[in-house]
Write a new protein. Structure first.
Length: 94
């Protein structure tokens, strides 16, 4: 699985993230590509749709945190990171 953050070469994959359906996985992949192209708003939309398909995905929540941070919403980013940790305490943030 590719990282959500550009430049992150290794990390932890959450078991919960691996449970997400193929459509949600595809949306997360599209969001990664948008984040790499500095399209945080587009990535946010994809990740919100992915979470509608599978709400227990800490990887999507981390991606939303990154997208919010890139839009200058530090508190919103922190909230998404904390939700990801609540879902899977073993999941490490990039």
């Amino acid at each position: 699985m590719e990282p959500l953050a550009p430049g992150v070469e290794a990390g932890t994959v959450s078991f919960l993230a691996l449970q997400s359906p193929p459509a949600a996985q595809k949306l997360k992949q599209e969001a990664r590509q948008k984040l790499e192209k500095q399209d945080a708003k587009g990535a946010q939309k994809d990740l919100e749709r992915a979470l509608k398909l599978y709400a227990s995905d800490p990887e999507a929540l981390v991606g939303l945190g990154l997208a919010r941070a890139r839009q200058g919403d530090v508190q919103g980013a922190r909230d998404f990171f904390e939700k990801a940790i609540e879902l899977d305490k073993r999941f490490l943030l990039p």
